[in-house]
Design a protein around this ligand. Structure first.
Ligand code: PLP
Length: 376
C-alpha cells in the first residue's frame, strides 16, 4: 500500500509504539496514586511534560494534557470567552478553520457571542490589515490556524501577536497548531500566542492524546471539571502511556524536520507531474506546509478518484478526514470562492517525513492509469 493521507493521521513511529507498550504494561499505575508505583507513573508524566515544554521553548506548567486538539480547541475557545464575559463577547477567527473551531464558534454564536471572520486571500491566508481593523476593545479572543489542513496554506502568525496586543492587550490569541508540527519548525518560543492546541497522531504519536499550551498569564475557565489533575484545570486520570509516547513522537518529529526539505522537493515535483495530467493545483507551493498538495481535475469528482485509488491500495483524501465522508466536497475551497464543481473535485495528497520518492513515483504512475480509465 501507499499511504499519502498524513494530514488525516500518521503512522506511529516504532520507538513511540515501544514507549506506549512499556507504559501500558510495565508502568500502568495511576499517576495520582501515592504509592511507589503511582509515583513512578507520575515521574514519567512530569518528565514528558518537561520534554514537551523544552522542545517548545515554554515552561512545563504551561503544558496541559488533553484528549487531542478538538478538546484543546474547545477548551481554549470556550474557556477564554467564559472567563472574559465581563470585558466583551466579540471573537475573531477565519472561515477556513478546522471544524473543531468553526463548530465551537457557531455554538457560541447561538449563546449570544459575536463572531467576526477576518478576510483571507484566495489560498486562505489571513489579511493582516483586516485583522487589525476588526480588533475592538470588547474583542476577547482571536483564534487562527497556523497551517490549513486542506490546502496547507501558512498564516503569517509571527506578525499577528504584535498586531493583536498593540490594538488590545487584553485580547487572547489562540493558535490551532495541529498541522504545523513535524512539517515546519514550529516552536512556541518563536510563535508568540496565549494558547495553542496540538494532537499527537498528526506527528506520528498515538490517537486520542494532545496538549494545550496555556501561557501562565492566560487565566481561562476549565472545560472538563473533575479531580485535581492538571493543576485542577482538567479533571480525569491522565493517559500516561500515550502522553509519554506523545513526548517521544514530538522529539523524533523535530529530529526529522530536515527531511522536510526533500519532502518539499518531492511534493513540488508531484505538483508538476499532476499538472501535466490536467490537475489545477490549489495549494500555494511557495507558502504552505511542505508535505501538502491539493488539486482538482476538471470534470472529475474527488471521491471517485479517491475510491479508484483506494482499489489500488493507494490512500489519499478528498478534504478534511472528519468531513470527507459527506459528498459535498471541500468546505475550504467553497469558502475561498471556488465553484461547487471544483470543491467536489478536490483531492488532497499529504506526505510525511517517512514518504519515499519511490512511493510518490508509483502513485503518479497509478494516478495516470486511474485518470485514463475515469476519463474514458
Ligand atoms: N485542527 C486541525 C487543523 C486539524 O487538522 C485537526 C484534525 O484533523 C484538528 C484540529 C482536530 O484534531 P483531532 O481530531 O486530533 O482532535
Amino acid at each position: 500500500m501507499i499511504y499519502l493521507d498524513n494530514n488525516a493521521t500518521t503512522i506511529m513511529y516504532e520507538e513511540v509504539f515501544n514507549v506506549l507498550k512499556k507504559y501500558s504494561i510495565d508502568v500502568y499505575a495511576n499517576p495520582n496514586s501515592i504509592h511507589e508505583f503511582g509515583v513512578k507513573a507520575e515521574i514519567a508524566l512530569e518528565e514528558a511534560r518537561f520534554k514537551i515544554a523544552k522542545l517548545m521553548g515554554v515552561m512545563p506548567y504551561e503544558i496541559y494534557f488533553t484528549s487531542g486538539a478538538t478538546e484543546s480547541i474547545n477548551w481554549a475557545i470556550k474557556g477564554s470567552v467564559l472567563s472574559k464575559q465581563n470585558i466583551g463577547k466579540h471573537i475573531i477567527s477565519s472561515k477556513v478553520e478546522h471544524s473543531s473551531t468553526i463548530n465551537t464558534l457557531s455554538y457560541l454564536e447561538k449563546q449570544g457571542f459575536e463572531i467576526e471572520y477576518v478576510k483571507t486571500d484566495n489560498y486562505g491566508k489571513i489579511d493582516l490589515e483586516d485583522l487589525k481593523n476588526k480588533i475592538r476593545q470588547d474583542t476577547v479572543l482571536v483564534t487562527l490556524m497556523v497551517a490549513n489542513n486542506e490546502l496547507g496554506t501558512l498564516n503569517p502568525i509571527k506578525k499577528v501577536y504584535k498586531i493583536i496586543k498593540e490594538k488590545n492587550e487584553k485580547t487572547l490569541f489562540h493558535l490551532d497548531a495541529v498541522q504545523a508540527i513535524g512539517k515546519i519548525d514550529f516552536r512556541l518560543k518563536d510563535f508568540k500566542c496565549d494558547m495553542a492546541s496540538f494532537s499527537a497522531h498528526k506527528f506520528h504519536g498515538p490517537k486520542g492524546i494532545g496538549f494545550l499550551y496555556k501561557k501562565d498569564t492566560a487565566l481561562i475557565h476549565p472545560l472538563i471539571t473533575g479531580g485535581s489533575q492538571e493543576r485542577s484545570q482538567r479533571g480525569g486520570t491522565q493517559n500516561v502511556a500515550s502522553i509519554v509516547a506523545m513526548a517521544k513522537a514530538l522529539e523524533i518529529s523535530f529530529e526529522d524536520l530536515p527531511k522536510m526539505e526533500n519532502i518539499k522537493n518531492m511534493r513540488d515535483n508531484l505538483a508538476e507531474q499532476m499538472e501535466k495530467l490536467g490537475a489545477k493545483i490549489v495549494t500555494p507551493l511557495d507558502n504552505s506546509t511542505p508535505n501538502t498538495l491539493s488539486a482538482f481535475f476538471e470534470g472529475l469528482r474527488g471521491d471517485v478518484i479517491v475510491n479508484a485509488l483506494s482499489d489500488e491500495e493507494i490512500y489519499i483524501s478528498t478534504s478534511a478526514a472528519c468531513s470527507s465522508k459527506g459528498t459535498s466536497g471541500s468546505r475550504v475551497l467553497k469558502e475561498l470562492g471556488y465553484s461547487s464543481k471544483a470543491s467536489e473535485g478536490m483531492v488532497r495528497i499529504s506526505l510525511s517525513a517517512l514518504t519515499t520518492a519511490d512511493e510518490v513515483q508509483r502513485f503518479i504512475n497509478i494516478l495516470k492509469k486511474v485518470l485514463e480509465f475515469l476519463r474514458f
